[in-house]
Ligand binder design. Structure first.
Ligand code: NCD
Length: 336
C-alpha cells in the first residue's frame, strides 16, 4: 500500500517496503512528539476518533498524534452512546461521520466491523481494533519498537529471538504482529501459552511458511531463556464465554524481577501491548520490573505516537511538508 488516500484495515495489506517508509516518517516525528518543535501541517483537518470498545492508549495516542500535527479531534466512545444502539447500520454511520471528518479511526467489538464501516466511508478509515480479529497499528508500533530495541542492543531484526507469552488465542495484537513477522524469514519465535490458549494453527502455519524457527510450549522458564525480546500479553477476559473460564488463566504466567534475573538473557527486552493486568489475581508483569532497563513497555507506548503521526501524515499526503509548517514551542516542556 502507498497509504495516501487509503484505508488501513488489515496488516495483510502492508508490504515490507511500505513498513520501511512508514518507519522512516515515524523517525521524522520525534522532535514534534517530544515537543522540541511543533508543526501545524494538519491545521484545519478533523479526525473522527470512534471507539466502541474500551481503550485508553490507542484512543488517546491517535488523538494526540493528530493534535501534534496541528489537527482537531472529534471523538465518540461506547456503543451505548451512539446511534448504533438505535439500530443504525455501520454503513449509515460511516456515511454520516465521513461527512464530518478527513480521516476516521474506529474500534469496534465485532470482527470485520471496521471493514464493513469503511465500505460506507468517503474518507480513509484506520482499524483501531476489530474484536478478536486485528489491531494493525499496534502491530506496526510493536514492530517499530522491536527494531528500535534491537538497534539499541547493537542487533538487527534477523537476530530476533522472540517469545510471545500469554493469551495467544484471543490476543489480536499477537495475531496482527504474526502477519508482519511473516514478511521476514528465518527468525526464532517461541510461542508460550497455557495449552487452551495456544496460537491458532493458521498463524503457526503462516509463521512456519515464512521459514521461521518455531517452538511451541507452556513452560515459562524454558520459553524465556533464549529470547532477546519477550512480548507478554494479557488474558483477554472479555473474549471468554465466562468469567470463571478466564479466571483459570489469570496469573498463569507472572513475570517479575526474580524470574527475569534468573531465567532471561542479561539484556532481554520486555514488551507488552498494555494494559498489564496488575490485579493481585493476575499481576502478569510485576511492578518490581519498573526500573529494569530492559522493560520497554513505556518506550513502546511513546513509539505509538510516532507511528500514528506517521500514518496520518502518509494517509493525508503531508509527510514531505512537516518542516514547512514548523514553529518553536513556547511553553515549559516536562517537569523542572
Ligand atoms: C490491546 C488491545 O486492545 O488489543 N491493547 C492495546 O490496544 N494497546 C491489548 C489488550 O487489551 O490486552
Amino acid at each position: 500500500m502507498t497509504y495516501r488516500g487509503q484505508h488501513l484495515l488489515s496488516v495483510k495489506d502492508i508490504s515490507l517496503e511500505s513498513i520501511d517508509e512508514l518507519f522512516r516518517v515515524a523517525e521524522l516525528m520525534r522532535p514534534y512528539a517530544t515537543r522540541q518543535k511543533m508543526t501545524r501541517v494538519l491545521q484545519g483537518a478533523v479526525l473522527g476518533n470512534m471507539f466502541f470498545e474500551p481503550s485508553t492508549r490507542t484512543r488517546v495516542s491517535f488523538g494526540s498524534a493528530f493534535n501534534l500535527l496541528g489537527g482537531e479531534v472529534r471523538e465518540t466512545t461506547g456503543l451505548s452512546n451512539s446511534a448504533l444502539a438505535k439500530g443504525e447500520s455501520l454503513y449509515d454511520t460511516a456515511q454520516v461521520l465521513s461527512g464530518y471528518s478527513d480521516v476516521i479511526v474506529m474500534r469496534h467489538p465485532a470482527a470485520h466491523s471496521v471493514s464493513e464501516f469503511a465500505e460506507g466511508s468517503r474518507v480513509p478509515v484506520i482499524n483501531g481494533g476489530d474484536g478478536p480479529n486485528e489491531h494493525p497499528t499496534q502491530a506496526l508500533l510493536d514492530l517499530f519498537t522491536i527494531k528500535n530495541e534491537l538497534a539499541r542492543l547493537g542487533q538487527n531484526i534477523q537476530q530476533l529471538s522472540l517469545t510471545l507469552l500469554g493469551d495467544l488465542k484471543y490476543g489480536r495484537t499477537v495475531h496482527s504482529l504474526c502477519h508482519l513477522l511473516s514478511l521476514y524469514h528465518g527468525l526464532k519465535i517461541q510461542l508460550i501459552s497455557p495449552d487452551a490458549l495456544k496460537l491458532p494453527t493458521a498463524y503457526v502455519d503462516m509463521l512456519s511458511n515464512a521459514g521461521h524457527q518455531i517452538e511451541i510450549g507452556s513452560d515459562l522458564e524454558k520459553g524465556l531463556s533464549q529470547a532477546n525480546i519477550i512480548y507478554q500479553t494479557r488474558i483477554q477476559e472479555e473474549r471468554f464465554s465466562s468469567e470463571e473460564e478466564a479466571a483459570r488463566y489469570k496469573g498463569y504466567f507472572r513475570l517479575n524481577k526474580k524470574i527475569y534475573s534468573e531465567h532471561c538473557l542479561p539484556d532481554a527486552v520486555i514488551m507488552h501491548p498494555l494494559p498489564r493486568d496488575s490485579r493481585n489475581n493476575a499481576n502478569e508483569l510485576d511492578n518490581d520490573l519498573n526500573e529494569e532497563p530492559g522493560l520497554a513497555i513505556f518506550r513502546q507506548t511513546d513509539n505509538g505516537v510516532l507511528v500514528r503521526m506517521a500514518l496520518f501524515a502518509c494517509i493525508l499526503g503531508v509527510k514531505d511538508q512537516l518542516s514547512k509548517y514548523e514553529s518553536e514551542v513556547n511553553w515549559q516542556v516536562g517537569l523542572k
